[in-house]
Design a protein around this ligand. Structure first.
Ligand code: DGL
Length: 273
C-alpha cells in the first residue's frame, strides 16, 4: 500500500504548481498526475459539469491504483471535494481547506482576501472554510479570470500581467487585508506581480504549499508514507502532450516526462477495457 502512488488531477497544466510543492516535501513519493487539457478551463463552467469531470478524473486515477487523491484544481476542490470524499475508498484532499487554515493563522487583523476563478469565488468555498474556523473573519473575494491565459501564454513577466493585476487587485489595497489566498493553480506563477500590487506587508498564501503539508500529515497518520527510493512522476493528459510538456516545463523549471495521451475520460471506457 505504501508504494502505491499519490494521484492528483487538475483541469490542465496548472496543478503542476501543487505537484511541485508535493514533490519538494515528499521526494520519495510516486505521483500520477492527470491534466484534463482537452476540457480546460473549468473555471467558467457550471457546478454540474465540474462535478462530472471530477468524478471521471478521480475514477481514472483510481483504476491506476493510488493510495490518496489530491484535487489539485481549486475550482474542482471548491465544487466536488465533498462528493469525491464521500464516494471514494481512499483519502481525498482538496486545496481549499489547507489554504484557509493557513490564512486564518497568518492574519493579524482578521481581514483575508481571496482570488480565484469565477466558479471558485461564486461557490464561496473559501469563505465557508475560513468562517468555519473563525466566524469573525472579514473576507473579500474577487475572480481574476484573465490570470489563467496570461500565465499559460507565458506572459507572467509582461506588462499585461501588471496591468491586469492592478485592475483586479486595486480594491484589496484600500480594504486593508493583511493576507491574500492565491486560490487558483496558476497564480503562484504571478506571485511577484501580485506582491508588487498588494504590497510586501500582505501575507500571500500558496495553496499548493499548504496542501503538501496536509498530504504529508495524512499519509503519516495512516502510516502510508513511502520511505525508500526516489519517487517518480507520470503524467496523463486528454489533449496534445507536447503543449502540456511545453507549458508544464515552464511551470516546473524542468522537463515534464513521461506524458501519456488519454483519448477519453469517460469512465465506462476504462472500466470496460
Ligand atoms: N485549475 C483551475 C483552478 O485552480 C484554473 C484553470 C481552470 O479554470 O480550469 O481553479
Amino acid at each position: 500500500m505504501k508504494d502505491l502512488s499519490i494521484g492528483m488531477f487538475d483541469s490542465g497544466v496548472g496543478g503542476l504548481t501543487v505537484l511541485k510543492e508535493v514533490k519538494n516535501l515528499l521526494p520519495k513519493e510516486n505521483i500520477l498526475y492527470l491534466g484534463d487539457t482537452a476540457r480546460v478551463p473549468y473555471g467558467n463552467r457550471s457546478p454540474q459539469t465540474i462535478i462530472r469531470y471530477a468524478i471521471e478524473s478521480a475514477l481514472f486515477l483510481l483504476t491506476k491504483g493510488i493510495k490518496l487523491l489530491i484535487i489539485a484544481c481549486n475550482t474542482s476542490s471548491a465544487i466536488a471535494l465533498k462528493i469525491l470524499s464521500k464516494k471514494l475508498p481512499i483519502p481525498v484532499l482538496g486545496v481549499i481547506e489547507p489554504a484557509a487554515k493557513s490564512a486564518v493563522v497568518a492574519t493579524k487583523n482578521k481581514k483575508i482576501g481571496i482570488i480565484g476563478t469565477k466558479a471558485t469565488i461564486k461557490s464561496m468555498a473559501y469563505e465557508n472554510a475560513i468562517r468555519e474556523i473563525d466566524p469573525h473573519m472579514e473576507v473579500l473575494s474577487k475572480p481574476c479570470p484573465l490570470f489563467v491565459p496570461i500565465v499559460e501564454e507565458g506572459l507572467d513577466k509582461d506588462e499585461v500581467a501588471f496591468i491586469m493585476a492592478e485592475k483586479y487587485l486595486n480594491e484589496f489595497k484600500a480594504s486593508g487585508i493583511d493576507t491574500l489566498i492565491m486560490g487558483c493553480t496558476h497564480y503562484p506563477v504571478l506571485e511577484d506581480v501580485i506582491k508588487n500590487v498588494v504590497g510586501d506587508h500582505v501575507n500571500i498564501i500558496n495553496t499548493g504549499k499548504e496542501t503538501a503539508r496536509d498530504v504529508e500529515a495524512c499519509l503519516r497518520e495512516r502510516k502510508l508514507l513511502k520511505t525508500k527510493g526516489m519517487g517518480t512522476c507520470k503524467y496523463y493528459v486528454t489533449d496534445d502532450p507536447d503543449t502540456f510538456k511545453e507549458i508544464g516545463g515552464r511551470f516546473l523549471g524542468y522537463t515534464v516526462s513521461p506524458v501519456k495521451y488519454i483519448k477519453s475520460l469517460d469512465y465506462k471506457d476504462f472500466i470496460l477495457h
